[in-house]
Design a binder for this molecule. Sequence first.
Ligand code: AMP
Length: 142
Amino acid sequence: MADSIFSKIIRGEIPCLKVYEDEKVFSFLDINPIAPGHTLVIPKEPAETLDQLSDESAAALGKILPLLCRAVMKATGTRQYNILQNNGKGAHQAVAHVHFHIIPKPNSTEGLGIQWPTRPLPQEQGQEILAKIRDAIAGTVI
Ligand code: AMP
């Protein structure tokens, strides 16, 4: 697995503004924030995308993420925010190490802007993809 810039940050080889650290999770301020308080939360495990992450790291991230959201919102005085988690270059992932963005949304100009090209789900298409997803879940050991 490639050694990303985030692994170097975890090891202290590259400086960062550290927000939090425990045995499995590390968090620091984004170097190019799109809103004040823009924070990254990453597993220490060097998985590239969320689907590749171990259950242990996923559990640790899931446990701490709400606490860090509360801290960032309290510190910025913001009540609204987005969690962004990109997987793959085509999905805007620039750093190949799993990371969650906590992005405060203080107003309409700062924070995350979203394009949401909705269209109604045709019944047949819904049933088809639903069956495939359920089959994939059934084939996975949980
Ligand atoms: P993504 O497009 O989801 O892969 O986001 C990667 C994020 O990492 C961007 O928001 C970058 O600003 C941020 N980033 C890249 N290098 C650093 C760094 N050395 N310290 C803090 N944040 C970084």
